[in-house]
Design a protein around this ligand. Structure first.
Ligand SMILES: [Zn+2]
Length: 232
């Protein structure tokens, strides 16, 4: 699979590189739905273990998961529900006291809500790459939770709830983690779609703007090589 993945990326004018710690980062400028469908079974075999994938968005979730090899053996349940806030990621309450790698993590996806601004940013209404971008954002939270103690996470939740500057720091570090995992172009696709909505919801200050993401990507050697290539 690894060889196939590298071959696929080379054929599609994408980049694969080793990071300083030896792990591989791969960057894809634009995932094409139809092309990716052909890889579904390989992706499922490699990244689908211990996962409850979201019905209707299985492929997008697997592509997002492929950017987080550290989550390969982690229990993750993607749940389609009607919650406040379009997507949400958290450890499952009953496994909170377990060590990070043994917990079950939940990614909640709101699919039902309608009649307000957030309707625009429901997962089902986003373009394919933006869907991968937002799922990558949620998995960046999961990856962060992985090596944190339960006590630390509890403290985090309290700080997140009490301090808007901590909330901003927490979300900005999450976005940087998405970029460090190679899904920066997908993060940008999501930001292009939802940033204005976040501003209208008075949450824009918590997230990188599309301009900020562009600036970071253009100064990151993993991305710059692909910056001027044509979209497929
Ligand atoms: Zn977040």
């Amino acid at each position: 699979m690894a060889t196939l993945l590298v071959l696929y990326l080379i054929l599609n004018n994408n980049s694969v590189e080793n990071t300083f710690d030896g792990t591989q980062i791969f960057v894809v400028k634009n995932y094409a739905d139809s092309l990716e469908r052909a890889n579904y079974n390989d992706l499922l075999k490699e990244f689908g273990n211990h996962k409850k994938l979201p019905r209707g968005f299985e492929l997008q979730a697997l592509i997002a998961l492929s950017h987080y090899p550290e989550l390969k053996n982690t229990n993750i349940k993607f749940e389609l529900v009607d919650v406040e806030g379009s997507l949400y990621s958290q450890p499952e309450a009953k496994s909170l006291l377990s060590p990070g790698s043994e917990r079950t993590y939940i990614v909640l996806i709101d699919t039902i809500k309608n009649g307000n601004l957030s309707t625009l940013t429901l997962l089902k209404n986003l373009p394919f790459n933006a869907q991968i971008g937002v799922l990558s954002h949620e998995l960046a939270h999961t990856s962060y939770y992985l090596n944190k103690s339960s006590l630390y996470l509890l403290g985090d939740m309290i700080r997140y709830g009490c301090s808007s500057s901590y909330e901003k720091k927490f979300e900005n570090e999450t976005e940087q983690r998405v970029i460090d995992h190679g899904a920066g172009f997908q993060l940008l696709a999501w930001s292009n779609f939802q940033y204005e909505v976040k501003i209208r919801e008075k949450k824009g200050h918590l997230y990188f703007s599309p301009e900020k993401i562009k600036d970071i990507l253009q100064n990151n050697h993993h991305y710059i090589a692909l910056w001027n290539t044509k979209d497929e």
